[in-house]
Design a protein around this ligand. Structure first.
Ligand code: NAD
Length: 352
């Protein structure tokens, strides 16, 4: 056994069907009496139901959360929070809404309940990305980790099929990179393998039968495990590339992760053989990179960066940005190899 350091993250996780019914008790357990419910405009209806369920513990609703946590949205939410004299937040939604709850916690120290409805995993991490004047900066601090996470499978039944597939593969990406992280440890690696297995068996089923309770339950379970991986150990090439493509070329988050992942894995394959065999085993495939490409195809996800807005002429600049700041990766970051990786991802080729 190689030496390792393991830090457990202090959060309370409630998982199951209909678990939203425990929300009021959880708010009371936190010692809170006036919860501000957060959501995007698209999920305002769902958020109003949550507010109704809170009864006298519900202070109000702020349904203006947006992608990449712009500080002007956080400022508006803060004003609302102060007017209502709220003493905690309840975020219902994906990474964008949960990001807003984290940004408020950073500024106020107020406790948060997160109720995730996608598979992105932000609820399990002490990581916050915020955007000011178009520039996104990321920080890691336990102050933003939600105190309570309520996973309710029923809230995910309506997640559209397309988003379910890409959001699920976005989650798998956290587990994949956890398996070859520099600071990996046996506990997180077990969670990673189990998370990949749960998502890879459930996502194709969801694509066929979106309201299948067993598949939805497996997918949310996998998303929890993969989110915990992201929160626990460092990420490398794949996340760096997706950050570059999202930030500099405005590509959509989950789709970008889905397309890049098989190619980032192919790039790292020779340098991380043990991780590759664990990924392949979890996928039920004989090849990690090819198996991830096949999974994306099986869920009907886009396979080529060209299909989500990256121009062939952008590849040189993307390579330059992605190789300009050194960071740890199992294989050395070489411009020629990254250019080839991005060209393959742009064309949607199956990695060999
Ligand atoms: P999202 O939160 O942006 O959601 C996309 C859209 O889907 C929104 O309109 C949302 O309201 C809607 N939606 C969510 N769940 C739904 C459901 N069940 N049914 C119908 N519509 C639903 O998407 P995301 O992929 O979850 O999050 C992406 C953002 O989260 C990015 O900004 C990313 O950087 C961030 N993120 C942060 C972390 C972290 O650890 N800090 C981790 C993962 C993602």
């Amino acid at each position: 056994m190689m030496p390792f350091i393991y830090n457990g993250l202090p959060s309370r996780v409630i998982f199951g069907q209909g678990t939203l019914s425990r929300l009021a008790d959880e708010v009371r357990e936190l010692g809170c009496h006036r919860a501000l419910v957060l959501a995007t405009l698209e999920q305002a209806g769902q958020a109003r139901e949550v507010l109704a369920q809170l009864g006298e513990l519900g202070a109000g609703l702020f349904a203006e959360a947006r992608m990449h946590t712009p500080v002007e949205v956080t400022d508006a939410a803060m004003r609302h929070l102060e007017e209502l004299e709220a003493d905690c937040t309840v975020a219902i939604g994906g990474g964008s809404t949960i990001g807003l709850g984290k940004a408020i916690a950073l500024r106020t120290g107020l406790p948060q309940v997160a109720i995730p409805t996608t598979y992105a995993g932000s609820e399990m991490t002490p990581i916050l990305g915020e955007t000011r004047d178009g520039l996104k900066t990321t920080q890691r601090t336990l102050e933003v980790l939600p105190e309570v996470v309520i996973y309710d499978v029923e809230l995910t039944l309506g997640l559209p099929v397309g988003m379910s597939g890409t959001s699920g593969i976005n989650a798998i990406a956290h587990a994949v990179e956890a398996l070859y992280a520099k600071d990996r440890n046996p506990v997180v690696s077990l969670m990673a393998e189990e998370g990949i297995a749960a998502l890879s068996r459930s996502l194709p089923r969801i694509a066929q039968e979106p309201a299948n309770q067993t598949a939805r339950s497996d997918a949310l379970y996998g998303a929890w495990l993969c989110g915990a991986c992201l929160g626990s150990v460092g990420m490398s090439l794949h996340h760096k590339l997706c950050h570059t493509l999202g930030g500099s070329f405005d590509l959509p988050h989950a789709e970008t992760h889905t397309i890049v992942l098989p190619h980032a894995v192919a790039y790292n394959a020779g340098a991380a053989p043990e991780a590759m065999s664990r990924i392949a085993r979890a996928l039920g495939s004989d090849d990690a990179a090819g198996g991830l490409h096949d999974l994306a195809r099986a869920v009907g996800a886009p396979l080529a960066l060209a299909d989500i807005g990256l121009q062939a002429s952008d590849i040189d600049r993307a390579t330059q940005i992605a190789t300009s700041n050194p960071y740890w990766n199992p294989r050395e970051i070489e411009a020629d190899g990254i250019h080839r990786l991005l060209s393959d991802a742009h064309a949607g080729r199956r990695p060999t």
